[in-house]
Ligand binder design. Sequence first.
Ligand SMILES: Cc1ncc(C[n+]2csc(CCOP(=O)(O)OP(=O)(O)O)c2C)c(N)n1
Length: 535
Amino acid sequence: MNDHTSMNEDMTLSENEPMNGAQALIRTLVDSGVDTCFMNPGTSEMHFVAALDDVPEMHSVLALFEGVATGAADGYARMAGRPAAVLLHLGPGLGNGLANLHNARRAHTPIVNIVGDHATYHAKYDAPLQSDIVSIAKGVSGWIRSSTDPTAVAQDAADSVAAAYGPPGQVATLVLPADVCWSDSDGPVPAPTITPPRTVDADTIEQIAAILRSGEPAALFIGGSACMEPGLVASSRIAATAGAQLISETFPARLQRGAGIPTVDRLGYLAEFAQAQLDGVEHLILVEAASPVSFFAYPDKASDLVPDGCTVHVLAAPGDDSTAALEAVADAIDAPADAAVLAAPFRTDRPSGALNAETFAAAIGALLPEDAIVVDEGNTAGLFVAGFTAGAPAHDWLCLTGGAIGYGMPVATGAAVASPGRRVVNLQADGSAMYTIQSLWTQVREGLDVTTLILNNQSYAILNMELSRVGANPGPKALEMLDLSNPTMDFVSIAAGMGVPATRATTAEEFTEQLERALATPGPNLVEAILPPTL
Ligand SMILES: Cc1ncc(C[n+]2csc(CCOP(=O)(O)OP(=O)(O)O)c2C)c(N)n1
């Protein structure tokens, strides 16, 4: 008889019923605080799917492409602060989900990534879907385990949750053969112990404080949890007191900003801008951020953006308690508690006239609701929105951490699942939208409050700029590869086909009115903004 002594009282399965591996695994996940699973299952995951009815606390969310499931798990954890699970179908399903797992890895997002596999005894037949799942998972996972024993699968699940938390957060991949799911288990295991972020030692705090006291030109370069309000307050106190610069990563996973929250400049995407920001800095202090490098190599341009003669110091690495470290440094340099420089509230006026990148941004600055979650994949046409919303009511801003486009719509979906009652505003460039557009279907099914704003410039505009920056000499065939106008895309029809109410705006007035209506309407909706390319 299986031992079910560690089962919770609220279990749907009674204590004396045997549990199969899938039931024990899902029960363990839920008991460990992982109660949402984004999935796209197949035959090898059918017992996992069947077990969902036995553990009703698991919120299962169907995605119509694996990249939607993995991106949604990323968005969910960025907002919830705890992992979601993902369920994918063997190597091909994992491969389809890889780009957004890459972005999640770059964001240090905790994810429990479950990849179904053939039954253990079936592998030797090399059936069509057989593949080397572990090799595919390696590039994005900080932890991988193949669960081959139904009596150990619950512990494997608990271990995967602990591994996902890190610190720092990471993708923990659990390969789950079908027979492990359908065989008798030993029941669930208790929630694992989660390792808290590491404390930064007193010597490091004192060394950084001494640098800041020296008065030599210094910059704090922050990322990770330092971009949440408490970390920003401590960073801003330090910067104001020491006369240091405060700069965040170019694309932070989650930045809290808006009226009443300390302001921080983001490092420029273009190396020349970043170099201008860092010019003259003699001490670059890293706080949960990697030393800055250029996104790409360009002929005759630097890859390393640290200025010549500047010394790089690490106050906190990813996985360290950077907020406590920043607060300790602030106290060590006697930074007054109220020294942080907070963004003053301001609203832009409702724009009028032509719809372009600036009037698009002004409309959002005028209307962004309190506590909104902005998921930014606006790319070139969305460039002005951050500036125009700097004084808008406080909000969260999520960025593309790993450069793999097609992240915005899935992350918006997951962020909304994690944040009932908050409006998600997805700034979504047209080219990137088309990678994972089926996110809209999941948004309808789950009744999510996501307003998608398509920036339709009919172009891979940034690549037009990159063509000249890399020194290439494009002809008409090359330019055609960056053009999305033939045929044109009709996002209103695409959205309607998935049940999302949508409108199209061609003037600033139309866009502002449609945005206002969308933000006030529960559930998902979409506004397509027709804009000229900025580049
Ligand atoms: C997964 C992935 N595939 C391809 C690229 C290369 N890429 C970078 S930007 C871009 C085009 C983006 O176009 P769009 O989203 O319309 O934004 P715009 O440049 O027009 O502002 C492409 C294809 C990428 N970054 N990631």
